[in-house]
Design a protein around this ligand. Structure first.
Ligand SMILES: [Zn+2]
Length: 243
């Protein structure tokens, strides 16, 4: 979302000339004639901020957007400014009238300057029986980490996705959080350079770059999201049942 935020930055300070779409509970008539004061992001959410309210956009899995052109599908939310337009499709749109600092805990956003790794670690440790591959996608712990980053950091850190949080050594878990923050920032650069696909080592790949053996691809945990991993070089941390 930070990537999109940067692309939309030229619209900040501009008046909305037209606002339309089929999104429910969005006051299109109220947005018109308002000045876009800023664009913020929180994890995978994009926030269009106006003087008295904000519009929250979440692209979900199938959301699309188009800048300065339209797609041939039902418009969810379209904003026309003096110098261009942004159109959103198949996304989730919400009106936020409370101050954003009350709604969002910025310290959980891996791309935010106030991200707090110790707090993330404590939140992870509060559910020690949870699978690490599921917890990494928890947007209340690590906002902004998506499925690609999840798979890549687990591979980098040599942790098997089915490991239980409470069984992972403290230092390894803390390093995993920091690796996630670092990779999220790098991923943003790759998006800007349009090279993101070249950098994935295991996500959507077939062969382990360390061992040159086939990777496994499985839907693990309740989230149903795919995990790509190597059984050989990613350690599975489980309770020692012989104790
Ligand atoms: Zn391997």
């Amino acid at each position: 979302m930070v990537f999109l935020q940067e692309q939309l930055a030229p619209f900040i300070g501009q008046l909305v000339l037209k606002a339309d779409g089929n999104a429910k509970n969005i006051p299109f008539d109220k947005i018109k004639e308002q000045v876009l004061t800023s664009i913020k992001t929180f994890g995978k959410e994009l926030l269009f901020c106006f003087p008295d309210f904000a519009i929250r956009i979440h692209l979900m899995l199938f959301g699309k957007y188009a800048i300065n052109h339209a797609l041939n599908r039902a418009l969810r939310l379209g904003l026309t400014f003096e110098t261009g337009e942004i159109n959103f499709y198949a996304c989730d749109c919400r009106l936020i009238t409370k101050p954003l600092d009350e709604v969002y805990d910025w310290s959980t956003d891996v791309l935010h300057a106030s991200f707090n790794p110790d707090k993330a670690w404590q939140k992870l440790m509060s559910k020690p029986q949870r699978l690490i591959c599921e917890a990494l996608l928890d947007q209340e712990i690590l906002a902004g980490v998506g499925n690609g980053i999840k798979n890549e950091v687990l591979f980098q850190s040599q942790i098997h996705p089915e490991s239980l949080i409470g069984e992972i050594p403290e230092a390894a878990l803390k390093n995993l959080i920091l690796a996630g923050v670092k990779l999220s920032a790098e991923y943003l650069t790759w998006l800007q350079e349009e090279t993101s696909k070249e950098h994935w080592q295991v996500y959507q790949q077939k062969i382990c770059p360390r061992d040159q053996i086939p990777l496994r691809k499985e839907k693990i945990g309740k989230s149903g999201r795919s995990s790509y991993f190597c059984d050989k070089c990613q350690h599975l941390y489980l309770p020692d049942i012989t104790e």
